[in-house]
Design a protein around this ligand. Structure first.
Ligand SMILES: *Cc1c(COP(=O)(O)O)cnc(C)c1O
Length: 355
């Protein structure tokens, strides 16, 4: 069997033991003679998967009673609109802390629903805002914990007092421990750290729902999905099943703490090489991402040569996003320390030969 070192930004690598489990259970799901994909979403078998996934996700995030986790469709991109639709009153305002391209997109969607105050570190997006100054009484404050394209990550969540804090955690959810007590709503497309594409997780405080705008289409109302435990209509059952297996893999590997230690060590291998000088990291050291390591080489010809050597050595997905260029190594939970070591070794060797 051929395997590669997969640095794709999303959809991204899945843990090999999860893929093997999926394969083993595909034709005969636990003695039922058919695959999980072929069950009704109202069957007790799928309901068990759905409930397990919610319980596991909440346990791993360290959120307890008063919180719900739902599994819906439309990607994180639909959340950019669903959030203000539900929680930004027409005469209200919301604050957006923008540290990269995804935050900018979230702002664009929110503008249609109410007034938006933006604190941005653009256009370069290589750092975090120095101060978080809130507008008088925002309905919520939104941030992107990890900007996937620029490789900028909040090391700690800012303290915003009693204002609900909302986080797009698409590219770093469960990659490290973080203080959920500061948050009111978290959303994430699954395809980076949690599973396959097609399912989006939203984890929120139930009390937030009382403030929700009622004049929203049924499918776009958070309450619809909370009240029906993600089973209002047909959910992406296979994606939820794989998500549940990935969550259990995370649990077996030490949960958020275990992932945090593993990911810190992985990122360090790459940043240690960047810090020797030939490569130029995009993000400032104090805010660089442990999930998306973004860097440039001295010129585009060198970048092209580097990417082609990487590809020849079985490394895929390293080209930077078209808006930033250069190289981006996405090293989500499933990417092994061994893959990072192979990349770090190529980086060192390439710099020696070309520096
Ligand atoms: C990938 C990504 C998105 C977009 O996710 P979709 O599921 O494709 O809509 C949004 N925010 C962040 C931080 C991302 O990394």
């Amino acid at each position: 069997m051929k395997t590669v070192h997969n640095f794709n930004a999303g959809p991204a690598m899945l843990p090999p033991p999860v893929l093997e489990r999926v394969q083993a259970e595909l034709r005969d799901y636990r003695g039922h003679g058919m695959s999980i994909m072929e069950f009704s979403h109202r069957s007790k078998e799928f309901e068990a998967v759905n409930n397990e996934a919610e319980t596991r996700l909440k346990r791993l995030l360290g959120v307890g009673d008063g919180w719900r986790a739902i599994f819906i469709q439309g990607g994180a991109s639909l959340q950019f609109a669903m959030l203000p639709m539900n929680f930004l009153p027409p005469d209200g305002s919301a604050d957006y802390l923008v540290t990269g391209s995804w935050g900018e997109k979230a702002v664009e969607e929110a503008k249609g629903y109410g007034s938006v105050q933006v604190t941005s570190t653009g256009p370069k997006f290589d750092c975090l805002p120095e101060r978080v100054s809130a507008s008088p009484s925002p309905a919520y404050i939104h941030l992107t914990t990890n900007e996937t394209i620029q490789g900028v990550q909040w090391a700690h969540l800012p303290d915003v007092g009693s204002t609900p804090l909302v986080a797009d955690m698409s590219s770093d959810i469960l990659s490290r421990p973080f203080d959920t007590s500061r948050l009111s709503l978290i959303y994430a497309g699954a395809q980076k750290n949690l599973g396959p594409s097609g399912v989006t997780v939203v984890v929120l405080r139930e009390e937030l729902l009382t403030k929700g705008n009622k004049n929203v289409p049924t499918m776009l109302r958070y309450t619809t999905h909370v009240k029906n435990a993600s089973l209002y209509n047909t959910p992406p059952t296979f994606a939820v099943y794989v998500l549940n297996l990935v969550l259990s893999w995370i649990e077996e590997n030490g949960g958020a703490d275990g992932m945090g230690r593993r990911n810190e060590a992985k990122a360090k291998m790459l940043y240690d090489v960047i810090d020797t000088g030939y490569y130029v990291g995009h993000a400032k050291p104090e805010c660089r991402s442990r999930m998306n390591v973004t860097f440039r080489l001295p010129d585009e010809a060198a970048e092209k040569k580097f990417l082609s050597e990487a590809s020849a050595s079985g490394m895929v997905g390293l080209a930077g996003h078209r808006s930033v260029g250069g190289v981006r190594a996405s090293i989500y939970n499933a990417v092994s320390p061994e893959s990072c070591a192979v990349l770090a070794e190529l980086m060192r060797d390439f710099a020696r030969r070309n520096g």
